[in-house]
Write a protein that binds this ligand. Structure first.
Ligand SMILES: C=CC(=O)SCCNC(=O)CCNC(=O)[C@H](O)C(C)(C)COP(=O)(O)OP(=O)(O)OC[C@H]1O[C@@H](n2cnc3c(N)ncnc32)[C@H](O)[C@@H]1OP(=O)(O)O
Ligand SMILES: NC(=O)C1=CN([C@@H]2O[C@H](COP(=O)(O)OP(=O)(O)OC[C@H]3O[C@@H](n4cnc5c(N)ncnc54)[C@H](O)[C@@H]3O)[C@@H](O)[C@H]2O)C=CC1
Length: 335
């Protein structure tokens, strides 16, 4: 490997220099103990945000973005990791302050590396990627809050056409929780996708949002997995049932919302924060193991809408940011 392809983001103090595929060498990668020949990556909302310097996602330039990668170890300075071993990396500084997965090779610290969980392929783990890890963390969090004891609990999932939302729905269904309502702006345009997820209850924001939002409203949902954040939350939290909870995962619709203490002090409603980037290694392994076993979505192949190559990334980012994407993009780095 002398030169190889990578997507480079650079910034000239005023504006982002148009992201471009460049031929680079190993010494242009960030430092690390292990060199991985990348097979697959995926596109997450955060990867698309990374192309906007104002988003605050990228902490240093130039950078190879891509918060996810799977591949095969080709050089190892750590006896724990063997050449030829199949591994995955998500989160930490990957793709935001350390060269990431949109490259034919990546070099990372040993403590970020997760061996591919039993039974899964390099492609399966990137079909899930950070979106899958986040969805699984959210389901795990609401299970710990009582969902396990309530098989017929009513669960609302927002941003349901997106990566985190659709994988959360698949995991919930795989685990046998079937009373799921999807909230989506794509009720009409993504009908086939929702059918493939086995959803029967799909609401648009217009149907969901009451004319007047009161601090407490009818208790319609026991649990919520929210990927949208922002103003939409103002109509959701007052509709959570007594002792229910909401796993807050995302900010696709904004970061600010106004609320009152009433759902929390009168109904015992809990807000559960979900982070996939810096969770402990122990929890990471636990969740990946669940994704390979009881949480493994029955219909994993339905989640991927398109498989793209490094040269297709920029138009794909734009589609994601404009909310035009349904499901997920898998990135075949070798294509
Ligand atoms: C896959 C995951 C996701 O998709 S999460 C959603 C995508 N991420 C975002 O939208 C975050 C974008 N980032 C921002 O908007 C900003 O970076 C910020 C608002 C989070 C912080 O920027 P600001 O300029 O206000 O503050 P500082 O850079 O000075 O940081 C303050 C304080 O927060 C710590 N911090 C910054 N970024 C993160 C982060 N991503 N995760 C956790 N903590 C973060 C930073 O270290 C500072 O703490 P300190 O103790 O002072 O070092
Ligand atoms: N907490 C964590 O560790 C993680 C957080 N996230 C966050 O979760 C969110 C979803 O991520 P992905 O599934 O990768 O993105 P995605 O782009 O696949 O899905 C986003 C969904 O939100 C919808 N949406 C976008 N803007 C909206 C608006 N204004 N109002 C209503 N719906 C809107 C889209 O139509 C889509 O269904 C993002 O905010 C992302 O940053 C993602 C992964 C990890």
């Amino acid at each position: 490997m002398k030169e190889f392809n990578a997507l480079m983001l650079d910034y000239n103090e005023k504006e982002l220099i148009e992201p471009k595929i460049k031929r680079i060498t190993k010494d242009q990668l960030s430092d690390g103990d292990v060199l991985i020949k990348v097979a697959y990556s995926s596109i997450n909302y955060k990867d698309a945000l990374a192309t906007n310097p104002k988003s605050g996602v990228v902490r240093s330039y130039p950078i190879i973005p891509g918060i996810d990668l799977s591949g095969i170890i080709v050089e190892s300075g750590d006896s724990q990791f063997k050449i030829g071993q199949e591994v995955l990396v998500t989160g930490y500084k990957t793709g935001v302050a350390h060269s990431g997965g949109f490259s034919e090779y990546a070099q990372v610290p040993n403590e970020w590396i997760v061996p591919i969980p039993g039974g899964m392929s390099l492609k399966d783990v990137m079909t899930l990627g950070t979106a899958g890890l986040t969805a699984a963390l959210a389901v795990n969090a609401i299970e710990r809050q009582g969902l396990r004891q309530k098989n017929d609990a009513s669960i609302l999932v927002t941003g349901a056409s997106g990566g985190v939302g659709s994988i959360a729905i698949s995991i919930l269904k795989t685990l046998g929780y079937n009373n799921i309502t999807a909230l989506t702006r794509k009720k009409e345009t993504a009908k086939d996708f929702f059918n493939s997820l086995g959803l029967t209850k799909v609401l648009s924001p217009e149907e969901f949002t009451p004319d007047k939002i009161k601090p407490l409203m009818a208790q319609n949902f026991d649990y919520v997995i929210d990927t949208v954040g922002g103003k939409q939350l103002e109509a959701i939290i007052p509709q959570i049932s007594y002792d229910g909870s909401i796993a807050l995962c995302g900010n696709a619709g904004g970061i600010k919302f106004e609320t009152t203490v009433l759902p929390h002090i009168l109904r015992g409603v809990s807000i559960l924060g979900i982070d996939s980037v810096n969770i402990s290694f122990e929890k990471r392994l636990y969740i990946w193991n669940r994704l390979a076993t009881d949480m493994h979505p029955d219909n994993l192949e339905c989640i991927i809408s398109d498989t793209v190559s490094l040269s297709d990334l920029v138009p794909a980012f734009n589609k994601l940011l404009q909310g035009e994407m349904t499901g997920r993009y898998l990135v075949n780095v070798t294509k």
